[in-house]
Design a protein around this ligand. Structure first.
Ligand code: IPM
Ligand code: MG
Length: 368
């Protein structure tokens, strides 16, 4: 049996609480003889800054590069509001994405039937919703240079962020989207702002050409990013795969996530290109943040992180069947009427983080 090395980076806020439930699932997978997963735990974000003066240390980066996969909880919180910009907790996450070259961020927005009433949209709009947002993750305005604030000397300052994309960056993320669409409902929406941005013009041109050359069997729609945001709340089920740049992807994925009922439910996978041996670097994390307001109270929803672990099993360890079982256990627990506070519902029982972990483990055992 192959041994997989999994690096756990729980991070800040509710990160450690939700990651603790993943550790119990890892133990379950190992005990059931489904795989051999060795974990190591390290610091990222504000907690890393407190210890090392950096949001991620070089040693931790070394471990991340050596691991078969990385799982991250969440980073940030008001405690670190005053730290220098380069050392802020988010810088740790951004360095991981950049140095591991995780250019493809997959953010599924799935509405569990049991939760359709928890959405801020009407049930009929979201029941059965299943969208995959493919967000470019290592380029665009997040990393473009120059990125500066200069004092103009006349009482004014000037801030500059740079949105930059090269052809190859657009090509490789669009290819990921087309490949995924072929395994789903065969439809890709490519979202940009070609009406005001040069990067949007190039994005449109490259996606159109790639589609014609290699993916003509997939249905492609171009959509302006603002219209996409509107359509996501008007009629979200018209989408299958949405491919977009780093910043639009950040915004549109939060919007799509909320349509499903709770940000606390959604996992994500970030993947790099395949190396010579076919191995892809990958990092898995919940879409939600560190939720400092509820940190340490044992009430956070661990489902997004557990579902991220399922994605890790499927995409990095080729254990799709075990991933299916975990996702099935999540659905069953929701059907049984168990809810954490963020998805609380009349007629359902509200439970804490640990009890949700217990319930998912019990559902796995019951199905075994
Ligand atoms: C996300 C987050 C991050 C981002 C932050 C924490 C830097 O919002 O993963 O969506 O903007 O990418
Ligand atoms: Mg975000």
């Amino acid at each position: 049996m192959t041994t997989f090395k999994l690096l756990l980076l729980p991070g800040d806020g509710i990160g450690p609480e939700v990651m603790a439930e993943v550790e119990r699932l890892v133990a379950w997978v190992n005990a059931a003889g489904l795989a051999r997963i060795e974990t190591e735990t390290d610091l990222v974000g504000g907690c890393a800054y407190d210890v090392h003066g950096e949001a991620v240390s070089d040693t931790t980066m070394g471990c991340a590069l050596a691991a078969d996969a990385v799982m991250l909880g969440a980073v940030g919180g008001p405690k670190w509001d005053g730290v220098p910009y380069e050392k802020r907790p988010e810088a740790g996450l951004l360095r991981l994405r950049k140095d591991l070259e995780l250019f493809a961020n997959l953010r599924p927005a799935i509405c569990y039937p049991a939760l359709a009433d928890a959405s801020s949209l009407k049930r009929e709009l979201v029941d059965g919703l299943d969208i995959m947002i493919v967000r470019e993750l290592t380029g665009g305005v997040y990393f473009g240079e120059p990125k500066t604030i200069t004092d103009l000397g006349n009482g004014q300052k000037r801030a500059i962020d740079t949105q930059v994309y090269d052809t190859y960056e657009i090509e490789r993320i669009a290819a990921v989207a087309f490949e995924l669409a072929r395994k789903r409902r065969n439809l890709v929406h490519s979202a940009e702002k070609r009406n005001v941005m040069k990067t949007g013009v190039l994005w449109h041109e490259v996606v159109t050409r790639l589609h014609k050359e290699r993916y003509a069997d997939v249905k492609l729609e171009h959509i302006l990013a603002d219209n996409c945001a509107m359509q996501l709340v008007r009629a979200p089920k018209q989408f299958d795969v949405i491919v977009t740049d780093n910043l639009f992807g950040d915004v549109l994925s939060d919007e799509a996530a909320m349509a499903t009922g709770s940000l606390g439910m959604l996992p994500s996978a970030s993947q790099g290109g395949a190396d010579a041996s076919g191995r892809r670097r990958a990092l898995y994390e919940p879409v939600h943040g560190s939720a400092p307001d509820i940190a340490g109270k044992g009430v956070a929803n661990p489902i997004a992180t557990i579902a991220s672990f399922a994605m890790c099993l499927r995409y990095s360890f080729d254990l799709g069947e075990t991933a299916d079982r975990i996702e099935g256990a999540i659905a069953r627990v929701l059907d049984e009427g168990l809810r954490t506070a963020d998805i609380r519902q009349d007629g359902c029982r509200t439970i804490g983080t640990r009890e949700m972990g217990d319930a998912i483990l019990a559902a796995l055992d019951a199905a075994a």
